[in-house]
Design a protein around this ligand. Structure first.
Ligand SMILES: C[S@@+](CC[C@H](N)C(=O)[O-])C[C@H]1O[C@@H](n2cnc3c(N)ncnc32)[C@H](O)[C@@H]1O
Length: 209
């Protein structure tokens, strides 16, 4: 009988700020992506099935961008962005000829807010941002999404001190979004991966007029 395999070791990384691309480059270069679901989450499959009219959607902080082909195959006009060159390279290589749907860009850069997105898909992006950036995130979300548009996706609720992932409180998320959005769906995901299990919700926030 073979001896048991040793536990997978977490690589060590230089101390870097998660607000910089280098933090994420190091993890993609080391193929250390424990947040990566490796596919399209069931809650998104359900949402698109229930909302058959395609819309123009932005995926900020897309990482491996597993959802891009799913959106495109359902007729959605999808753009995925990430500020980490290593993440973008990885996503483009994975997507082959659809790699042009992914581009290197900072969510906080100016260009993104002028491109007419109706929907923003959130997955492990807000919780990747240091908490000092959350107010700016909420401002940018409200700038991008017009009345009737939606912020859809997964929110990681926790009061952990260290991250990423940086957990948020329900009241804190509501404080950030409620000036411009109403919570219109709030469900337990059925296929959470280990680092988010029991602590994430699928939510839809609809932009008010
Ligand atoms: C935890 S990963 C999540 C990736 C992907 N959404 C997923 O669920 O697998 C967070 C991603 O956000 C990206 N990111 C962080 N800050 C960003 C910013 N200001 N603009 C664009 N991308 C950013 C990182 O490079 C990283 O790929």
């Amino acid at each position: 009988m073979n001896p048991p395999l040793p536990p997978v070791q977490k690589p060590t990384f230089p101390k870097q700020d998660p607000a910089t691309p280098g933090f994420w480059d190091a993890r993609f270069d080391a193929a250390f992506t424990p947040w990566d679901q490796g596919g399209v989450p069931q809650s998104l499959l359900n949402h698109v099935a229930q909302h058959p009219s395609p819309r123009k959607v932005l995926i900020p902080g897309c990482g491996s961008a597993h959802e891009v082909l799913f959106f495109a195959d359902h007729g959605w006009d999808v753009t995925a962005i990430d500020f980490s060159p290593a993440a973008v390279l990885h996503a483009k290589q994975r997507l082959g000829k659809s790699g042009s749907l992914v581009r290197e860009a900072d969510f906080f850069g100016d260009a993104i807010s002028r491109e007419g997105f109706e929907v923003i898909y959130e997955r492990a992006f807000l919780c990747a941002l240091p908490r000092r950036l959350w107010a700016a995130w909420a401002t940018r979300i409200a700038q991008i999404i017009p009345a009737g548009g939606c912020l859809i996706g997964f929110f990681f609720f926790d009061n952990n001190e260290y991250g990423p992932p940086f957990g948020i409180g329900r009241a804190e998320l509501a404080d950030l979004l409620s000036p411009h959005f109403a919570l219109t769906e709030d469900l337990t995901p059925t296929d959470s991966i280990a680092i988010f299990a029991g602590k994430e919700r699928w939510q839809v926030w609809t932009r008010l007029g």
